[in-house]
Write a protein that binds this ligand. Structure first.
Ligand code: ACO
Ligand code: ZN
Length: 441
């Protein structure tokens, strides 16, 4: 079984994904696009291109596509499929918007594409060969880890097949508690779920099912909260610590679920190595998961958080910052500094930058006299490098006489603090009852 955690990442793998994926596409019937004829009109470039456009469009084609804002944006065709009941030439296209994150990739109809803007497709078979030759053994192993066990010597074709399999979202929506949630990315559910576009999760044990009736039958589920220990309770908010070794199935279910919203993460097979901190809003029906973060039981790289997720219905309410703050409170109790595992997603980076800015600038505002990065790190458990990059990005660091010096004009601090947004929900440290993993064992 897989766990999706721990993840390192994968800009490189993603690059390979795209290049390899396109080349692996089977070529379907090619029919010339019937451009409206306008004999009298002088032939400009656009109509010429348009007349030459072949349908269905090839995977890899670059074209403009009308998005939900009504405007046209450049996209790349990632995949295509025949429309059910359509004619031989009726396809829909899975596209990636160049300007947007992959979570906005979607199936679109031909009418949304501006065929005048079609760009000639590069010979990606050649490009692909070059890419696969350049691939290092390390990169190759990373790809293996994403899904297939024991494929040390995967050839380029198998890799393409694998990438082909993961580039299009498989599950479109999930039902979880009282929410139906649109997913963002591919998640490698077991093969028996290949034909599903919607899954039904038990919100307590996170078992997932193909049909609503199965979930209804499952409602007698014994759990009303995540398994494991409740280590924090404040008002209606509770945090549970789940040991992946003691609750393997729960850990794996959580990883399958989380991968639907996490892109650049590689799958590993062992949830045993992780603790999961599951945040819940509690009422008389039970404790409803809002989000979570995972943490390696032991991290040589001083990671204090592997993956973080706030479920979409709960996002932008301060839970992300709460989870981040919580991860640092655990580090403080361990007497260590910590940092999140890289790479950070776009939203992950925004949340961390906001958190670091607020915490550091609050201290700088209150502090009288000199303070060093080391002291800031000791006070906050934020790794020195993260403090340095945060303060540098705010232009609060100067290099004088061979040393980094923090220059904090109160007015500038106030301006940055205002821009850093709301503080999020506070962690009430008195309500955290927790012993670090090492000491527990
Ligand atoms: N657009 C713009 N800014 C955003 C957005 C957004 N959609 N989402 C978060 N932010 C920024 C804002 O600055 C926000 O603060 P503000 O609301 O005060 O302006 C700040 O990030 C955090 O907001 P929160 O409400 O505290 O965070 P949230 O509960 O939304 O969770 C999280 C943030 C966990 C990153 C969430 O977006 C998520 O789960 N994303 C999908 C999974 C993911 O990308 N996780 C991080 C991967 S990296 C890693 O795991 C190490
Ligand atoms: Zn259940």
């Amino acid at each position: 079984m897989v766990s999706l955690d721990a993840l390192t990442t994968t800009e490189k793998v993603a690059t390979l994904t795209t290049a390899n994926g396109q080349a692996a596409m089977a070529v379907g019937p090619v029919v010339p696009y019937a451009a409206e004829s306008n004999g009298a009109q002088a032939e400009t470039d656009a109509p010429r291109r348009r007349r030459m456009t072949m349908l269905p469009l090839e995977v890899g084609t670059r074209v403009l596509c009308r998005w939900r804002d009504g405007k046209y944006h450049p996209v790349k065709v990632i995949e295509r499929r025949k429309l059910p009941g359509g004619g031989g030439n009726d396809y829909e296209y899975y596209v990636h918007y160049n300007e947007f994150n992959r979570r906005l990739d979607e199936w679109v109809k031909l009418e949304q594409l501006d065929l005048d803007s079609v760009e000639t497709v590069v010979d990606e078979k050649i490009e692909d060969k070059v890419t696969s030759l350049k691939m290092t053994r390390h990169q190759k192993r990373k790809i293996d880890e994403t899904h297939v066990e024991g494929h040390e010597e995967l050839d380029a074709a198998s890799l393409r097949e694998h990438e082909e399999f993961t580039k299009v979202k498989n599950i479109a929506t999930i039902e979880l508690g009282r929410y139906e949630i649109e997913t963002w990315y591919f998640s490698p559910f077991p093969p028996e779920y290949n034909d599903c576009t919607k899954l039904f999760f038990c919100e307590f044990c996170l078992n997932f099912m193909k049909r609503k009736e199965q979930l209804q039958r499952h409602m007698k589920c014994d759990l009303k909260h995540p398994p494991g220990d409740e280590i924090y309770r404040s008002g209606t908010l509770s945090m549970f610590e789940v040991d992946g070794k003691k609750n393997k199935v729960y850990g794996q279910n959580l990883c399958y679920l989380a991968k639907l919203f996490l892109d650049h993460k590689t799958l590993y097979y062992d949830v045993d190595l992780f603790l999961f901190y599951v945040l819940c809003e509690c009422d008389d029906r039970g404790c409803h998961m809002v989000g979570y973060f995972s943490k390696e039981k032991q991290s040589e790289e001083s990671y204090n958080l592997a993956c973080i997720l706030t479920l979409p219905p709960y996002q932008r309410k301060g839970y992300g910052k709460f989870l981040i703050a919580f991860s640092y409170e655990l580090s403080k109790k361990e007497g260590k500094v910590g940092t999140p595992e890289r790479p950070l997603s776009d939203l992950g980076l925004l949340s961390y930058r906001g958190y670091w800015t607020r915490v550091l600038l609050d201290i700088l505002k209150r502090h009288k006299g000199n303070i060093s990065i080391k002291e800031l790190s000791d006070m906050t458990a934020i790794k020195a490098e993260d403090i340095l990059t945060t303060l540098q990005s705010l232009e609060l660091i100067q290099y004088r006489k061979g040393q980094h010096v923090i220059c904090a004009d109160p007015k500038v601090l106030d301006r940055h603090l205002k821009a850093a947004g709301r503080g999020g929900l506070d962690v009430d440290v008195c309500k955290l009852i927790w012993t670090p993993y090492k000491e527990q064992n």
